[in-house]
Write a protein that binds this ligand. Structure first.
Ligand code: IFM
Length: 491
């Protein structure tokens, strides 16, 4: 579906060039997610989510961190809105916490929860910043997990009910909606490897979760379409894997990974069917009987934009069963694999550096190629880079600044990748930095900082890093200036 991505940049490709112009129609924004920044875990009738449960389970999160307080965005909304305006953002991508709206995942909307997002949307519009609302960034109400979670089909219908509540509450003011963020992570990291909430490790359940997330997307997209204005943009965000051939047996390994990670979502959402490769590779785990007649049509509904989250590549080859196999999911070591059905046959090789603080390799040329491959596979579908960014070890200098040249360089090179993809015919509409603020990085807790704005978690003081000031100048001037000294260029 995305296909193979060649290793390394093409000779002569320049991912540090300057002078690229991003016209006013190209959206330059920043992204966050509810559980990662809001805090206020018990405020105003919010229910518990699977991430509350998971983060409060000893041993799950680095340092025992939780999202209870996070960046306290819930109580600092006005300040954070002003911060966004000071950075000249065209758009702000946020997610809505489902348990703030429906504490137990069912029933009427909690007016106090709705009010928070209503104030957020109004505050954005007052400042000329376009709201991009994501309905699901992994915080399933715990009460729904208690009924079986995403492996339970009913949750998809409950998600559609929640989508209807939000469409009715905010649909008159939110121009762009995203149904799901990274269902790959929700299904495979949540139910197969267990390094994310709810922390189950069962491949068959993960595949049922994949299907019910796809169904949830389709049902919610339909509800949004029916209840909002015709001009409303409806999208989904996928973290598509850029898989490289690490031979021997590389092409087959790439095909397997592409099917599990990319085709499992692109297939039903955009083509109306799961890839044969996926069905074959997982046949020993499940008969896919959770797919019912009519589901394909419910999932395969028109969307207006495909959101792409991109961070790094994977390099794979077929495992010959000898020696010690290297596996990876890029998140946290786990006893169980997220590569459901292929974990015994695909070997993940260490990536060449340089890397970020997450250990993820930096490869802007692969973002370019993913966008070009998608444009070729789905020519009529506009693309939006909905997350791109990097964690580095930031240092606050005595004068209170954060000179994060490496992050600035990272962003620069990935924006060049977007510009190059556009030159090669990809209809890339915009780029959202991950993330506006330092935040709760899931199993890594607060150890990893992705923000272009530094957060002092003791005082909740916000300090725009140099990357934020650079991004603000780009959003104002629309021309890509000189990159930071940053990392040694590989291009
Ligand atoms: O922080 C996450 C985000 O929630 C989803 N995409 C990847 C980011 C970095 O790991």
């Amino acid at each position: 579906m995305v296909g193979a991505v060649p290793a390394g940049p093409e000779p002569g490709a320049d991912h540090r060039r300057t002078g690229d112009v991003f016209g006013p129609d190209f959206v330059l924004g920043a992204a966050t997610a509810a559980y990662q920044i809001e805090g206020a875990a018990d405020a105003d009738g919010r229910g518990r989510s699977i991430w509350d449960t998971y983060s409060h389970t000893p041993g799950r999160i680095a340092n025992g961190d939780t999202g209870d307080v996070a960046a306290d965005h819930y109580h600092r909304l006005g300040q954070d809105l002003d911060l966004m305006a000071s950075l000249n953002l065209d758009a702000y991508r946020f997610s809505i916490s489902w348990p703030r709206i429906q504490a137990d995942g069912t029933g009427p909307a909690n007016p106090r929860g709705v009010d928070f997002y209503s104030r957020l949307v109004d505050g954005l519009l007052e400042r000329g910043i376009a709201p991009v609302a994501t309905l699901y960034h992994w915080d399933l109400p715990q009460a729904l997990e208690d009924t079986g979670g995403w492996p339970n089909r009913d949750v998809a219908a409950q998600f559609a009910d929640y989508a209807a509540l939000m469409a009715d509450a905010l649909g008159d003011r939110v121009p762009t909606w995203t149904t799901l963020n990274e269902p790959w992570a929700a299904a495979y990291l949540g139910y197969a490897s267990g390094v994310m909430a709810p922390g189950r490790a069962n491949g068959a359940e993960a595949l049922a979760a994949v299907h019910h997330l796809n169904l949830a997307h389709g049902l919610a997209a339909t509800v949004l379409r029916e209840r909002t204005a015709p001009s409303t943009i409806i999208s989904v965000t996928l973290n598509l894997h850029a898989a490289r051939d690490g031979g021997p047996g590389g092409p087959e390994a790439v095909e397997r990974v592409d099917a599990i990670a990319n085709g499992a979502f692109l297939g039903p959402m955009l083509r109306g069917a799961y890839p044969e490769r996926l069905l074959a590779d997982t046949a020993h785990l499940t008969d896919w009987s959770f797919v019912r007649d009519g589901d394909a049509a419910l999932i395969h509904v028109p969307i207006d934009v495909l959101g792409v989250n991109y961070y790094s590549t994977v390099t794979v080859r077929s495992w010959d069963g000898r020696g010690e196999r290297v596996t990876a999911d890029g998140h946290k070591p786990s006893a169980a694999s997220p590569w459901v059905g292929s974990d015994e046959v695909v070997e993940f090789l260490p990536q060449p550096g340089p890397t970020t603080a997450m250990g993820w390799n930096i490869a802007p040329e692969a973002l370019e190629q993913v966008l070009v491959n998608l444009a070729e596979a789905f020519p009529a579908l506009p693309l939006m880079v909905t997350e791109s960014g990097a964690a580095f070890t930031d240092v606050v200098t005595p004068d209170g600044a954060v000179h994060d040249d490496a992050r600035r360089d990272y962003l620069h090179r990935h924006l060049v990748a977007c510009a190059r993809a556009r030159e090669r015919g990809a209809d890339v509409r915009g780029y959202f930095v991950w993330s506006l603020l330092d935040n709760f990085e899931w199993a890594h807790g607060y150890d990893k900082r992705f923000g272009i704005v530094h957060v002092d978690y003791e005082t909740q003081r916000r300090t725009p890093k140099d990357s934020a000031l650079w991004f603000a100048a780009l959003a104002r001037d629309r021309v890509l200036g000189a990159p930071g000294p940053g990392l040694r260029s590989r291009s």
